[in-house]
Design a protein around this ligand. Sequence first.
Ligand code: UTP
Length: 404
Amino acid sequence: MKQQIIEMLHMLHQGHIVSHMADLTEAEQEKLIAQIGALDLSVLDLEDAAEQRGKFDPLYAMTLEEIDRCRGQYTKTGLEAIRSGKVGAVLLAGGQGSRLDFEHPKGMFRIGVERELYIFECLIQNLLEVTRQAGSWVPLFVMTSIDNNLETREFFAKHKYFGYSEDNVWFFMQEQLPTVDTEGRLMLSGRGTISTAPNGNGGWYASMEKTGILKVVRNAGIEWLNVFAVDNVLQRIADPCFIGAVIESGKVSGAKVVAKAAPEEKVGVLCLEDGKPSIVEYYEMSDEMRYQREPDGSLSYNYGVILNYLFHVGQLNSTLSVKLPLHRAFKKIPYMNGDGQMVRPEEPNAYKFETLALDMVRLQENCLAYEVDRSREFAPVKNKTGVDSVDTARELLRLNGIPL
Ligand code: UTP
């Protein structure tokens, strides 16, 4: 095993790890070799070429006005689905939140100023509004990573699940992928450990299967999964009207979207790609696409995604065999330097590899773009200050009457 790993490392131009190995004790070497043996090193061959995209077309979105007209009916259908146990929710909380620079799971961040109010708490309170209205629990699956699983579970337990039913919450862990420096070299996070990072939010369904959580979903007869990000404190989870609208439209998936603030806004836009639902990133859009308008004057590519999707479990099963594309993200990644000291960079220094939940949309037959009011449903906490920050999220929470 050791010899094979050494040969493979040389072949992958990772000779520095082999040299490092020589300085390790027998036990450290064994640990490192076992780790490398289990790691997916195919990321080291990842080409940095831009992904080949298909032909884009605008996708019709159900607007706020249209939703308002049918709100009663959609809500009734959504509540029925929840009551009959057909809806589950998946909280994506395995990210590292490196931009926020908070050393605990992001959901533990205290967003309250005068009072104790945490990001996780905001989410659970929003979900509780729905479960009270429905009179039944929504099974909640929380995706964590190896680094934040224990702390997340302990935090929920310490706060008595913020009033949620403990029996209806499951935690599972996503997988890790190696990180590399700007030269494409593996890094160390300890003497006998290769640095790894969570493999992105796109792996949630595959990780649910690997960890056995999908059995819970299947045994419970859950048909719809609402997947959402941890960092939007105004996130509406298992929103009955959204669920009802997707069911009544006969679609197999839905995405909450917000109208762009300006054509130049840096958001991924829901559209069609070769006739299938897809998300085009802002940097992939030509100016022609960016400013294209419909006959009524509205922007053709107007609706940005907010990482709140509804997927049909039946359709998801067929995607399990598909390999999602891997994206490289340039991040602040702590590492052990040549002198054996840990370095915590202030600026992005290395790459991690991620699959993205938005790429799962492309695997769906169709998708309902469902417009929501951004001032009521979109308050992401990405940065410490400035755009999409703690400050802007607090302002939006106050605007929605939530005391801080
Ligand atoms: P982001 O793309 O904002 O990544 O995650 P992040 O790691 O949380 O933060 P930065 O970029 O380092 O500052 C969007 C959502 O996807 C989840 C996050 O927890 C968040 O809810 N996510 C991200 C995962 O669950 N796993 C991952 O590997 C990455």
